[in-house]
Design a protein around this ligand. Structure first.
Ligand SMILES: Nc1ncnc2c1ncn2[C@@H]1O[C@H](COP(=O)(O)OP(=O)(O)OP(=O)(O)O)[C@@H](O)[C@H]1O
Ligand SMILES: [Mg+2]
Length: 401
């Protein structure tokens, strides 16, 4: 009983301390209103003027929400434009304040709890099927990316050590244990990053050199064409069978410099990737492209236009950030591995799930492996019809590149 009593006292002292160490909802409201006045965020009616009003404050585990009413005539956009100045007036870093228009006013969220720096993969891998966790936002909500959804290709960029390969590991583990699509994995670090997936039955190709990447990309394109032919015959608009994923960890290595002996090969790979990005979706062919050095040469305009979902880890500068996200935001991210901006129809800052190689290995240990006894070339896709017409040895089959 006494212990519970002490626990309660310590607990409430701690929450009081935590509460006191951040601006209270009262002082947040007051500083917000004072800043509105000094920034002229008011509506004048002759000699009179009306200020916005804080109608309600709500405390959440992640911070405070202010529900702000605006006088008739004062647009929410005008207030949101002053986001940085208003945050400063409330003595809160600008990245910890979110403002958005809602119904008849403004919702202002002030995040006083720092985002976690580690999010265990198992705590967020709950999407199932083609829904893979990309991270947790400032409110502690899990954000998923749906490979079966409207933006099927994903571009991942950011500095070395940002967390690209760890995120790829999480994505592949989630997919392999979920929807289990066919995968072609290109790991230009010699298989160090994605090698743990190599023996899985669903992994139809594994490339560690440029020549092998071209073969893998070509195999995926052949499969795409085979599906289009099958769809045309059946009068179908889209592929309903298992999807095929082409993953490239380190797209920068395809950059063709002048005098580069691999220029032709790189050009061919880029051309196939461009075609896959344009036509892959309807045929259930998905791309995941990761790059450490986003440049316009690597992520060229065409590929970018066809990829509507991006993940930006911290970048070296605004230019690199703009290649991935069309704005400078990723350059301003804190230097925390796994911190990213996830962009689909809107942007959101997330902390990516962390999954160690050892844990990933354990997770996928239960999945079927390639059979060494059965000839790999003879193992067709589960949903592929016997194809006697085209004699492409890569098409639809497991390949060891
Ligand atoms: N989501 C995460 N949460 C916590 N730590 C992470 C996370 N992602 C990465 N890290 C840490 O950062 C290190 C580097 O991550 P990772 O290898 O994924 O970087 P990268 O972006 O692929 O770098 P490179 O471009 O050099 O390949 C990891 O070994 C891990 O210690
Ligand atoms: Mg990497």
């Amino acid at each position: 009983m006494l212990e519970i009593g002490i626990g309660l006292v310590v607990g409430s002292c701690w929450s009081l301390f935590k509460h006191l160490s951040f601006p209270s909802s009262f002082s947040l409201s007051n500083s917000f209103l004072a800043a509105c006045k000094s920034l002229n965020l008011v509506q004048t009616y002759g000699d009179e003027f009306a200020l916005p009003s804080v109608n309600k404050t709500i405390a959440y585990p992640w911070g405070q929400r202010l529900l702000v009413g605006l006088p008739v005539g004062l647009s929410s956009a005008k207030v949101i434009d002053q986001h940085r100045a208003l945050a400063e007036a409330m003595r809160v870093p600008a990245e910890d304040v979110e403002m958005r228009y809602a119904n008849d006013g403004l919702i202002i969220d002030i995040f006083t709890r720092p985002m976690p720096e580690t999010v265990p993969f198992e705590s967020v891998n709950k999407g199932g099927g083609y829904n893979v966790p990309i991270g947790v936002n400032k409110r502690g909500e899990i954000r998923y990316y749906d490979f079966g959804g409207p933006y099927p290709h994903l571009l991942i960029g950011g500095i070395s050590g940002g967390g690209k390969s760890v995120l790829l590991r999480a994505i592949l583990s989630s997919l392999a244990t979920g929807a289990n699509p066919y995968m072609y994995l290109c790991d230009l670090k010699g298989g160090v990053e994605l090698g743990i997936f190599r023996e899985l039955e669903c992994v139809r190709g594994f490339a560690t050199s440029l020549t092998e990447v071209r073969s893998a990309a070509q195999a995926v394109e052949n499969e795409m064409q085979r599906r289009y032919a099958e769809m045309a015959e059946a009068g179908a608009q889209s592929w309903t069978g298992n999807k095929t994923l082409l993953v490239v960890d380190e797209l920068a290595d395809f950059k063709a410099r002048s005098g580069d002996p691999d220029a032709k090969l790189k050009g061919e790979i880029k051309a196939i990737l461009t075609r896959l990005s344009a036509k892959g979706r309807a045929a259930g062919v998905l791309l995941v492209l990761a790059t450490q050095r986003p440049s316009a040469d690597v992520v060229d305009g065409l590929i970018k236009t066809n990829i509507a979902a991006s993940v930006g880890f911290r970048t070296r500068d605004g230019t690199q950030s703009r290649i991935i996200l069309d704005h400078d935001g990723a350059a301003d991210l804190p230097d925390i591995p796994g911190r990213l901006i996830f962009q689909t129809s809107r942007d959101e800052t997330l902390q990516a799930p962390y999954l160690s190689a050892a844990d990933a290995r354990q997770l996928i240990a239960v999945l079927p492996k390639k059979s060494r006894i059965i000839n790999e070339e003879a193992a067709p896709h589960a949903d592929a019809k016997p194809d006697t017409s085209e004699a492409d040895p890569l098409d639809g089959n497991s390949i060891e590149l």
